[in-house]
Design a protein around this ligand. Structure first.
Ligand code: SME
Length: 156
């Protein structure tokens, strides 16, 4: 399967998760599990945006930083700019937060609720340099958009 096909399948399966959504953690957990099934990402996970901080949510991969501040890092920049940040070489990114030294490139996609409020970021790390391109960005933004309705449910 090529990258587009993998994203299409992943996206279809994530849509099905959103349709039977009952709990934020459960839906986000399965979203990361589905992405990990289709791609050899080193780390894929959510950071929930709470009280001006980013708190580790469901993820697949090695243990990661539990709490991120908004003053530095790729995730923080995605929140502050409300847009996807694509980092071909994390070692060149000033203020990059290295939760695991093996990560070499990264993409962070903000996740908004139906009112346009930022609720989380989806963070994906690769051990390879320059792992992510426009195709990743487009599909991952679309997947992140599919999650919009889950944040407005009573379970959160
Ligand atoms: N590198 C991120 C921190 C989170 S880890 O990659 C899991 C950052 O700079 O915000």
């Amino acid at each position: 399967m090529n990258k587009q096909e993998s994203y299409k399948w992943a996206s279809k399966r994530i849509r099905a998760q959103v349709q039977r959504h009952v709990d934020i953690v459960a839906t986000c957990a399965n979203t990361t599990a589905i992405l990990k099934e289709y791609f050899e990402f080193f780390w894929v996970g959510f950071y929930f945006y709470r009280n001006e901080h980013l708190i580790l949510g469901p993820f697949q991969g090695p243990p990661a930083c539990v709490k991120l501040t908004l003053d530095k890092g790729v995730c923080a920049q995605a929140v502050k700019e409300r847009k996807t940040i694509l980092v071909p070489n994390v070692h060149d990114f000033p203020g990059h937060v290295a939760c695991d030294e093996r990560s070499n490139s990264e993409i962070v996609i903000p996740t908004f609720d139906s009112n346009g409020q930022i609720r989380a970021v989806l963070d994906i790390d690769s051990i390879h340099f320059d792992s992510f391109d426009d195709t990743d960005q487009n599909y991952l933004e679309q997947i992140s958009g599919q999650l919009a309705s889950i944040w407005n449910c009573a379970s959160e």
